[in-house]
Each structure stands twice: as C-alpha cells, then as structure tokens.
Design a protein around this ligand. Structure first.
Ligand SMILES: [Cu+2]
Length: 159
C-alpha cells in the first residue's frame, strides 16, 4: 500500500514538472516548457519555498525585500535582459510589475516559470498579486551603443 502511494506521488510530481510548465514572453509565444533559464542571456529569479508565508512583523503597504530571490537584480540590455522567474514554492504566485501593463506572469503554480525581456532602461519594481509582502526590483541598464537587441557581447555585468 505504501509503495502504491509513493508511486502515485512520484507520478504526480513527474506530471507537474514535465508537462505543466508554462512559458510566456513579451517576445515569443513558444509553448515549449522550459524548466531552467534557456540561455546565458537570462537571469534567474525564484519564488523560494515558503514565500507564501507572511513574514512576522509585516504590515500592509510596507516595502520589503522578501519573497523573490534574489530580491534585486541588475541586467544589461543585449547582455542578460531576460528575467526568468520560477516558482519553487508549493503555493501559486505571480510576478507582476507595480506599473500596470509592463509585465505580468499570471498565476504560476509550483514548478511553472515565466520569462520577460525588458528592453527599456529603468527600475522596475514588482510584486506577487497573492502575497503583497513578496516584492522585487529589476534594474535595467542600457547596453553598449544603445543596443536593444541580442548581441554576442561577452561583457560582464557592471555594477
Ligand atoms: Cu505569492
């Protein structure tokens, strides 16, 4: 009996990992599930396990550095300006720009991912629609020669 239950759980886990992947993008409509960042031109951000739990002391409206890892990233256009979000938590989450319409992952269930390519320099703050204590920041810097397309540059990120 115990073996049957374990087998069922493993099967469910396999389904979720292999089949239920979600990919959306501002520049692509590929439906191929991608579990990890697909190229060197992206930066991984995760919703870590436990992010759905409200941190002690949190008050509504408070600015936090909680819920996305890393909390703040800096990317360079043409180098690594695709941000790849993965929900590593058990609960559903979103990555939603504070400024409406810039980007919104929609609901990501456990194991699902979402990528967005940001092509305008600036500071983008975002949050989870379900858990307001989950907040993050993406700083987008201009690439060399003002490039807004992908390139073969091997420059390191300057911080
Ligand atoms: Cu959330």
């Amino acid at each position: 009996m115990a073996i049957l239950i374990i087998g069922a759980i493993a099967t469910l886990g396999y389904y979720q990992f292999e089949v239920a992947g979600k990919q959306t993008s501002t520049t692509s409509t590929s439906t191929t599930p991608i579990i990890t960042c697909p190229s060197a031109q992206c930066v991984n951000v995760t919703m870590p396990s436990g992010a759905s739990s409200e941190p002690s002391g949190y008050t509504a409206g408070q600015k936090t550095t909680y819920g996305f890892a890393p909390d703040t990233i800096t990317v360079v256009i043409g180098v690594n300006n695709t941000v790849f979000f993965t929900n590593d938590d058990a609960a559903p989450h979103t990555a939603t720009s504070d400024t409406a319409g810039v980007f919104d992952s929609g609901t990501l269930t456990s194991g699902q991912n979402y990528q967005v390519t940001l092509t305008t320099p600036g500071t983008y703050t975002y949050h989870c629609n379900f858990h307001p204590w989950m907040q993050g920041t993406i700083i987008v810097k201009a690439g060399g020669a003002g490039s807004t397309t992908t390139s073969s540059s091997t420059s390191a990120i300057s911080t």
